[in-house]
Design a protein around this ligand. Sequence first.
Ligand SMILES: [Zn+2]
Length: 134
Amino acid sequence: MVGTKSIRETTKSWVEGTLRSLPIPCPRCSRKTKAEDHCQYCKAKWTKEEITLVNKQRKELEKATIGYMILKFLEEQEWPSTTEDTANAVGVTWHTAQIHLFKLQAEGKIKYRKVGRQNQWWLVRKYEKEFSKH
Ligand SMILES: [Zn+2]
């Protein structure tokens, strides 16, 4: 279960800081920076439009990162995970996890089964392995 620990460790540090400062290319020199309103490389102080652009790119990257973390988490689990398990592991709210899980499902990467009132999520590969033997 080293994998489970590693994903928790990773997500912990990610949620506690890295998430808000993902490196984004500077609109002036294209070098990747974690700064929010300036570039430490070309020393540019960004305009309002450039800051908006950087924030937008950072948001896109955050979204992709959440999806990636969810896939990593499901990859490491032996059993399917509920939305709540996934939210806890990745460090996002239940609602956010739900949005990303359905997005990944729409992309054909994961599947779910309704068990009682819960959704249980599987990587497609694991789902097919589990349900093709019967
Ligand atoms: Zn720059």
